[in-house]
Design a binder for this molecule. Structure first.
Ligand SMILES: Cc1ncc(COP(=O)(O)O)c(C=O)c1O
Length: 468
């Protein structure tokens, strides 16, 4: 098909050229999204050449309160005048403690909790990984195919998404075993849900993917009593915005209980209102032992939180008591990030989670209508404002579109991202052939529908070019 990559305006071109001369080329810069940002407000981004874009990406699901929310700026400014840094691992200040208390109120589970504050999603997983090994004194860890957990060695070792994220970095951390995630649209066992349920485990209908963990992994590869933790995304993000069936998380929780394994839920992308509830785990009625939180927590300022049962993280437990200094961070729990985190939670609580559910439902309905009109839309899925659309060549066979659609190596994701960009809409790809919608949670119905209108225009053009 004929497709021309976006051409940047004059000022953007100059900036991009300067960027090329200084930035690490492993960054995921894309020719299809040559977005330079002068400023951003609410759900709108403005580039250096005066173009305006509707933002359906929120900086990878970070800017939940929208760009530069007035109350966020005020909270940051007030804290900036009092204290910018002192090191949260070593000293005491109020914003860190208050944020912890607020997080304990909104994370699933009424049990006693403790928190470790870091600076990024990957750091939150590093902490969870260390806690689970330290507390259980067990070596092995279960993770899932299709998962994404970040770029550090723990993150990479847990990740099972794209080879580019792991190639040439081995040896990775040993003892991580990847098992099947219920990607029901393309079942890894070629079965269909719910017919794949043939048994039950601890009274819960046993879907076949989890049966594979019990029947194959735990029988032939790994003794469950050697397993410290199970790391899982309750909705897979980078892997394709995949929502598992309702039995999946409760089954993992039951497995963890049975063998004394720690269930660690990575809610870095799905947490804090993104799915229309505080956490995606809430949709499944599961109270994880440890929950990893980052992205939206401080509306764009860096911070992450690893919230876990007090028994794993306190210093009062028998011979596994934590030795001071065995974990920590200079910047973790930065006072300004914490102050903004408190404000972010307040904004989510008062309005934004409800908006995420309402606008998310509306967008999903509209996307499902679009699916009826456009054959290349194979699947529409998601919860709240965490929505994904998967593209296919053939809806019946689910055959994927070729990776080289334009004769220059562009796949469907890149072509959609680039075409939307040229019409003033920012969307991001995920999985092998999906587009994700993760706008700021403040998005209005009008903005959402305007963005979807642009998206549909692009789909129409692509279908025409492909001869559908
Ligand atoms: C589910 C999930 N876990 C972990 C990470 C890593 O977070 P960070 O890039 O802040 O280290 C991401 C980032 O996209 C993510 O989506």
């Amino acid at each position: 098909m004929k497709y021309n990559s976006p051409i940047s305006g004059k000022r953007s071109k100059i900036l991009i050229k300067r960027d090329k001369n200084v930035m690490f080329s492993a960054n995921t810069r894309s020719n299809e999204l040559p977005l330079t940002v002068k400023n951003a407000k609410g759900c709108k981004i403005y580039d250096l050449d005066g173009n305006e874009y509707i933002d359906f990406g929120a900086g990878y699901a970070v800017c939940a309160t929208g760009h530069c929310h007035e109350e966020v700026i005020k909270a940051a400014y007030e804290q900036l005048q009092k204290l910018i840094h002192i090191s949260g691992s070593d000293f005491y200040y109020e914003s860190q403690i208050t944020l912890a208390e607020r997080l304990f109120n909104v994370t699933p589970g009424k049990f006693n909790k403790r928190v470790y504050f870091g600076n990024s999603g990957a750091e939150s997983l590093e902490a969870a990984f260390k806690i689970s090994r330290y507390y259980t004194r067990r070596p092995r860890v279960i993770s899932f195919i299709g998962s994404f957990h970040g770029r550090t060695f723990v993150g990479m070792s847990l990740t099972g998404s794209k080879m580019v994220q792991k190639s040439h970095f081995s040896p990775l951390i040993p003892e991580v075993i990847h098992t099947l995630y219920p990607y029901c649209y393309r079942c890894p066992l070629n079965l269909t849900y719910p017919e794949c349920i043939r048994d039950e485990f601890e009274g819960i209908p046993l879907i076949s993917c989890v049966n594979y963990l019990l029947d194959t992994v735990f029988e032939q590869l790994c003794d469950p009593l050697d397993v410290a933790s199970i790391f899982v995304e309750p909705v897979q993000g980078e892997g394709g915005y995949i929502v598992p069936p309702k039995e999946f998380l409760p089954l993992l929780a039951a497995i963890a209980r049975k063998w004394g394994i720690i269930l660690i839920v990575d809610e870095i992308q799905s947490g804090l209102g993104r799915t229309g509830r505080w956490f995606a785990s809430d949709h499944f009625g599961v109270e994880p032992d440890i929950i990893c939180i980052a992205k939206a927590l401080a509306s764009g300022l860096p911070i992450s939180a690893t919230v876990g049962r007090a028994e794993f993280m306190d210093n009062s437990v028998d011979d596994r008591a934590w030795i001071k200094g065995s974990h920590g961070s200079t910047f973790g729990g930065n006072p300004v990030s914490c102050a903004v985190g408190i404000k972010t939670i307040e904004l989510l609580e008062t309005k934004l989670i409800k908006n995420s559910e309402e606008v998310g439902n509306l967008m999903k309905e509209r996307l499902q209508d679009m699916q009826k009109r456009h054959k290349i839309i194979g699947d529409v899925r998601g919860l709240g404002l965490m929505l994904g659309v998967e593209f296919v060549k053939d809806r019946e066979t689910k055959e994927m579109l070729p990776l080289d659609l334009d004769g220059h190596g562009k796949d469907i994701k890149q072509i959609i991202m680039g075409s939307c960009f040229q019409k003033g809409l920012i969307v991001l790809g995920c999985g092998r052939n999906s587009i994700r919608f993760s706008p700021p949670l403040i998005i209005t119905k009008e903005e959402a529908l305007k963005g979807l209108q642009i998206f549909e225009e692009v789909i129409k053009e692509i279908e025409t070019a492909l001869g559908f």
